[in-house]
Design a protein around this ligand. Sequence first.
Ligand SMILES: C[S@@+](CC[C@H](N)C(=O)[O-])C[C@H]1O[C@@H](n2cnc3c(N)ncnc32)[C@H](O)[C@@H]1O
Length: 297
Amino acid sequence: MKRHVERFGIKDQWFVALKHGKKHDRKSSRRVRYKEATLETVNESIYDHPKYYDLVFGTDCAAELKFISHVNEHFLNSKAKHLFEPACGTGRLLYGLAKRGFNVAGIDLNEKAVEFSNARFKRHGLKPTASVADMSDFTSPRKFDLAFNTINSFRHLTSAPLAKKHLNCMAAHAKRGSLYLIGLHLTPTATDPMDEESWAARRGHLSVLTNMWTVERNPQKRLERFGIRFDVYTPTNQFRIEDELCMRSYTDKQFAKLIRDSNDWEIAETFDFAYNINRPVEVDDSSEDVIYVLRKK
Ligand SMILES: C[S@@+](CC[C@H](N)C(=O)[O-])C[C@H]1O[C@@H](n2cnc3c(N)ncnc32)[C@H](O)[C@@H]1O
């Protein structure tokens, strides 16, 4: 059975209106027609569009920021000084944590995302700290106390050797006892995995509707392909960006084995995407959204 969820985090009524082909413009109290069928489409990487990516994923990161701070308090007695994010993207979390007083650094493969992150830091009088690098092969002069890699970025490492190289590289840059949070969607084996998600975000006159769906699951090769589209609406322009993402899949057991085999890391605790530090969860074959708290041995 196909499972589909629509996340109406921010402007739910408005999104429902959009889905039905009409937008209610609150300011002017006019009903504006919106023509989905005529959207011009470009096939490009969504990561090459940091402005839209950051709106889609950056408007609602309060829970993630709070959770990272709570992990520091709960597991490290608030002693974490240096925070690190591999695959930091637009730096939406780095910026939020820098504002909370942490020393942060990040790397990402995508130059445009790194540029976007550094520009935001500079705009707000902060020293830019993101750089272009591959998370499976990087060096940094500084070791971290707490690192985080949320919303499936880890799964961009599409083979076992790459995932292992990344964990080794992270361990080489981690102090003893430091923590690494990995947030990802597992493939449940006891239930059907989610097949489609839609959500909406708006900032000022810019709105982006996002839809993500499964194209193919190949459990033998441990690869999953997803279609993703951003429908971008501004008062003067409307268009669609369509992309395909390829990710390595993990069941709960496959992920646990990867960590066991790494020799450098152990699973200290597990949470779900409720980001509630007081509510750890038990991961099993029906788990889907999981945040692993890894501890450097
Ligand atoms: C889903 S985004 C997450 C970005 C950011 N962590 C966030 O929470 O918004 C995934 C990011 O991983 C980056 N990425 C993919 N493969 C990478 C690699 N091997 N090394 C570093 N970054 C990578 C992409 O460029 C993209 O910015």
